[in-house]
Design a protein around this ligand. Sequence first.
Ligand code: NAD
Ligand code: MG
Length: 391
Amino acid sequence: MTQNLTVLGSTGSIGKNTLDVVARHPDRYRVFALSAATQVDLLLAQCAAFAPRYAVMSSAAHARELAQKIKANSLSVEVLQAPDALETIASHDEVDAVMGAIVGAAGLSPCLAAARAGKRLLLANKEALVVGGEVFMAAVREGGATLLPIDSEHSAIFQSLPEDPATWPRRVQHVLLTASGGPFRTRAPDTLRDVTPAEACAHPNFSMGRKISIDSATMMNKALEVIEARWLFDLAPEQIKVVIHPQQIIHSMVQFVDASVIAQLGTPDMRVPIACGLAWPERVASGAAALDFTQLAALTFEEADATRFPGLHLSWQALRAAPGTTAVLNAANEVAVAAFLDGRIRFDQIHGVNLATLEAVVPSKPDSVLALLALDAQARAAADGLVRRLQ
Ligand code: NAD
Ligand code: MG
């Protein structure tokens, strides 16, 4: 049966990889809707290639420009404007599956709309879960949605776990998230103050969006993934461990109570977890190269150095603090990363902004999306103030 698919954030790194996999299986997947923030020409090209019913842009000006170009190219795609339209295309009756590939907390509301509407939700947008936490998981349960992780580590854990979640608590001892260590794994910590955005975006194994590239360099990406794992697999903070594995061949592992470890391996190519989520529990070709074990030199592992990566530990701290603290951490980090990319603060100041925001903003049990969005705004304002003082 053909699945109707909405891709939220189709012009990004995950969005483009999703469409690459989809294009390999025109009999299985039909693109129903696409969305982008600002990249009009790329979204236009995607509309020409995939003929969706809807295309959503984030501003009125971009939506107008796209609509004109759609008309000039005689395409029959209806152009809508975010934010409301994102929820519409995520929850539309005719949609079977939604790829959540927007970056940041901006993806929370449309992903929640998909969850509430009981869709098959392929979640790359980890920030949505870090901000949404319990509220997000409740929406998935209540909406009867199927939540499938796309983040490679979480896809690996998902693939390594037994199928029945009811068995996880008694069988699983802990999960081990692998981390590449990013571009600065071996750089002298006292030189991190001089890092430029271009250096930080040069990830050793992946080409990714700018925000996640900076997060990989600070290892805040792994911190967000620890929080993501807590919610996806209902784990206690101490059941989530991180180990650096620079080759990125093992994408993560599960250790069971009998000390047996199950891991998922593959070449580092996001089309693998994307294809896995799209087809689950079936398997379809992803386009990724297969591993050649005779060519694998060595798989190495090391502990993350807390001096070099002080942000990593904020994840466990935030999980143990008041509910909502992970939303504060996420908001602070989004503001700090944007400020670094704009040249307003130094690379090594990202952590300071995150830490100080956590001290300044104490959440009072946000139990609804509105409360979470208000907390997100409050934390952004606090982080913004801190950035200004550093400038
Ligand atoms: P990206 O920056 O390449 O793409 C982001 C997409 O979201 C674009 O289509 C952009 O137009 C859209 N977008 C950005 N801001 C928006 C807003 N405010 N409202 C609506 N749309 C907006 O990012 P990416 O690397 O593709 O990452 C997307 C998500 O997937 C992130 O949450 C990231 O952490 C996660 N992820 C990415 C990778 C990867 O390899 N790139 C791996 C694992 C997880
Ligand atoms: Mg990841």
